[in-house]
Design a protein around this ligand. Structure first.
Ligand code: DC
Length: 229
């Protein structure tokens, strides 16, 4: 498939939101590479803060102090994002089931979301980005050039997550992965602040039954169609 080159005299932002296991990060990363854009994985910010703030969640003042002391930042090298908190590279410490639950819990806190908002916006101001998360099209980049809501059936999303964890050598059970995923879906979409929600102007891409490549093609098609008009 041949894709039109996106040529604009301003930075372009593509917001990709969706639930856990919808393929957001791998698909966004691949599309960003094809477009020559920076891929911003906002979930990594919540994951790193979740791990960094473990034990501080009980007290709002202490949590805020801890967040402010984190100096959380993202660095990009050769299309790969690394996340730093408290001067430590957290990139390889945030993909565990525990980090997922800590991230989900901390992401419900208004002070955390407010703290990360401007940081996320600054990436889109300064670069053409494919940014993925839960609230990118609704809150972080409400004026994004293209908004895509990626989804897939829960069992299929759980199977993908399970396969990833097994490939990393984790000792997990499918039913537990599915139950965690359903709980995270519920928590992420029912929290008070910036819940997971499809933006009114987002285009839905359901990846159920797709191979990874088919999903990438589907998303690239949406991007190209949007730009053909
Ligand atoms: O996409 P992920 O699984 O790495 O995200 C980790 C957690 O962070 C997830 O439970 C939801 C939360 N999150 C969020 O609330 N807003 C975002 N923009 C990105 C992630």
């Amino acid at each position: 498939m041949v894709f039109v080159m996106i040529k604009k005299d301003k930075n372009i932002s593509i917001a990709i939101d969706g639930p856990v296991g919808s393929g957001k990060s791998t698909i966004s990363q691949k599309c960003a590479a094809r477009l020559g854009f920076i891929y911003v994985d906002t979930g990594a910010l919540y994951r790193a803060l979740g791990v960094y703030c473990k034990g501080f969640e009980g007290n709002s003042t202490r949590l805020e102090e801890r967040i402010r002391s984190s100096n959380i930042s993202l660095k990009f090298a050769d299309g790969v994002q690394r996340v730093f908190a408290g001067g430590v590279d957290y990139t390889d410490k945030i993909r565990t089931p525990e980090a997922s639950m800590l991230a989900s819990a901390i992401s419900a806190r208004a002070e955390v979301r407010a703290f990360l908002l401007e940081l996320q916006r600054s990436f889109a101001r300064e670069n053409s980005v494919v940014m993925d998360g839960r609230d990118i099209g609704t809150v972080v980049l409400p004026n994004a050039d293209i908004k895509i809501f990626l989804t897939a059936a829960p069992r299929e999303r759980a199977k993908r997550r399970y396969d990833e964890l097994i490939a990393k050598g984790a000792d997990v059970e499918f039913e537990k992965v599915l139950a965690d995923l359903v709980k995270r879906d519920y928590d992420d979409s029912h929290r008070e602040h910036a819940p997971l929600r499809q933006a009114d102007d987002a285009i839905v891409a359901d990846t159920t039954g797709n191979t990874f490549e088919e999903s990438v093609e589907a998303v690239m098609r949406i991007i190209n169609e949007r730009y053909a008009h």
